[in-house]
Design a protein around this ligand. Structure first.
Ligand SMILES: Nc1ncnc2c1ncn2[C@@H]1O[C@H](COP(=O)(O)OP(=O)(O)OP(=O)(O)O)[C@@H](O)[C@H]1O
Ligand SMILES: [Mg+2]
Length: 232
């Protein structure tokens, strides 16, 4: 077992405004799996991803990676866990505006003990000829690819993607999904991808449906489709 979530709960606010956002999440994701997480707006998907990513902490329950509980780690170990194991692709690209494309990706490489070759990544992402441009000189899809580059250059064990195609058109979305599948295949990274797009579940090994802070469905997809063949 690679990633294990055990009875994760999380609330926001206090008193009148208290909301129970996650109400006991149990989930195991195997190494190398693509896990697609669906659920209505406000169901707690990003909150859960942030907790897995160590950006936020759970109220109760624990997360274990290869049997190692993140709660047992001190601040230094937790930082190391984030740097070493996790790549995070946000819906907003969060690129550094005054660094060029190559330098933005190098930021990710700098955080890792075993980074991939930046030039290789630039080529895989179709960004090599744009490497000296600033983010605002690129299209949305190219910026999203840069953000993906920054996350994967670390060669993370787990790639967390929060609506990676949320802001993109159909064709660019498919390109990005193909890329995520390629990275999963090539580097064996485990992928946890949150989306509103129901069709994307077809490229998953595991499908998880969240509603009101609880997992309503969790199943292995027996009829996996290549990202390139998805339609919606
Ligand atoms: N920092 C916060 N403070 C207070 N409430 C929050 C905070 N973050 C999230 N929430 C609340 O928690 C609930 C779940 O939010 P979350 O962002 O996890 O939903 P989501 O499933 O990602 O939704 P979406 O699909 O719209 O992105 C929402 O009701 C939201 O208002
Ligand atoms: Mg969200």
């Amino acid at each position: 077992m690679f990633l294990e979530l055990n009875s994760i709960t999380k609330h926001f606010g206090e008193g009148e405004s208290r909301v129970e956002v996650l109400r006991g999440i149990d989930l195991s994701v195997e190494k190398g799996e693509i896990c697609v997480m669906l659920g209505p707006s406000g169901s707690g998907k990003s909150t859960l991803l942030n907790i897995i990513g160590g950006i936020d902490s759970a109220d109760t329950g624990y997360i274990a990676i290869n049997g190692e509980k993140t709660a047992d780690m001190n601040e230094k170990e937790l930082t190391r866990y984030r740097r070493k194991h996790l790549g995070y692709i946000f819906q907003q690209y969060n690129l550094i505006p005054n660094l060029n494309i190559k330098e933005n990706i190098e930021v990710g490489a700098y955080l890792s003990d075993s980074p991939l070759e930046v030039d290789d990544i630039l080529k895989t992402l179709g960004l090599y000829e744009h490497r000296h441009k600033l983010p605002n000189q690129l299209s949305g899809g190219q910026q999203q690819r840069t953000a993906i580059g920054r996350a994967i250059v670390k060669n993370p064990d787990i790639l967390l993607c929060d609506e990676p195609t949320g802001a993109l058109d159909y064709n660019t979305s498919k390109e990005i999904l193909k890329l995520i599948a390629e990275i999963n295949e090539k580097y064996g990274s485990t992928v946890i991808m949150v989306t509103h797009n129901d069709a994307i579940k077809n490229m998953a090994d595991r499908v998880v449906k969240l509603r009101d802070g609880v997992i309503r469905k969790n199943y292995v997809n027996e009829t996996k489709i290549a990202a390139a063949d998805l339609e919606w």
